[in-house]
Design a binder for this molecule. Sequence first.
Ligand code: ADP
Ligand code: MG
Length: 270
Amino acid sequence: MKYKITLATMCFLYFFLGYWDFSFSQTTPEIKMEQKEIEDYLKKAQVCPGKQRVGRRTEAWLLCLTDGKVERRGFFRVTNRTRPHPIPDSYKYDLAAYELNKFLDLNIVPPTVEREVEGRKGSLALLIEKAITEEARRNNNIEPPDSERFKDSLEELTVFENLTYSNSYCAERDLPDILIIRKENWKIWRVDFSEAFDPYPELIPECHITRCSKKLYQNLLKLDDEIIKTKLSLYLNDAEISALLERKKIIIEKIKKLIAEKGEEAVLFS
Ligand SMILES: Nc1ncnc2c1ncn2[C@@H]1O[C@H](COP(=O)(O)OP(=O)(O)O)[C@@H](O)[C@H]1O
Ligand SMILES: [Mg+2]
């Protein structure tokens, strides 16, 4: 009997928690609600004893969290060297990237909040469980079942890399920052923006935009500069914000030009 209960509990945990690992693929109203719930959870959850140091460059910790009912894990980064520091690297850039991803309904950056743990402020992100990294995928020659769809996700990522001026993907510099959930249609997550938002009013030279989802393009067109200025001034300085606005403009111009040259069908996908 004891064995049966244990097995039933294990099955429940596997199916319930296994599917509760935040692996949705586009922002629906339900997902927005879930995002908000996760943000609240991250803000309020207790930190269980025992933390594990992670991150090669930055000071970051893997935390176990609980609200008394559900246990989750979080990635807590405390390094905070904002520009004009000569070697910028800050948890604030993670928060800016998450907000920007929300403005665009992109759902590519895991929920991230600002939080104090043991007297230190940092960004606390939901840990994406059961993912493989793009680096591991390439090293092990794992091919996606739907290569066109996977390519489309990477095209969206390319637009976001340019917008945030963060070059993990195109420069193949930090492929472990790209996480893939295979069991959920190869949903992509992008983590680690701690060195992003360089104040360059240009696109990343080796990060070529060739296509974009219709939804992301429309959301870029809709995204008001004043919203970016107001909301992101918590995390970014004036130079970083004006370069970001300029890059948004250049990305829109670039996509418009591609559409004029190749036609909408060839450039925008659903
Ligand atoms: N929220 C997260 N969920 C899952 N894995 C993460 C998360 N944040 C970071 N990681 C993993 O940890 C690795 C190291 O963290 P990162 O922030 O990139 O630090 P560093 O670049 O200093 O090593 C990432 O490349 C990624 O594979
Ligand atoms: Mg990294």
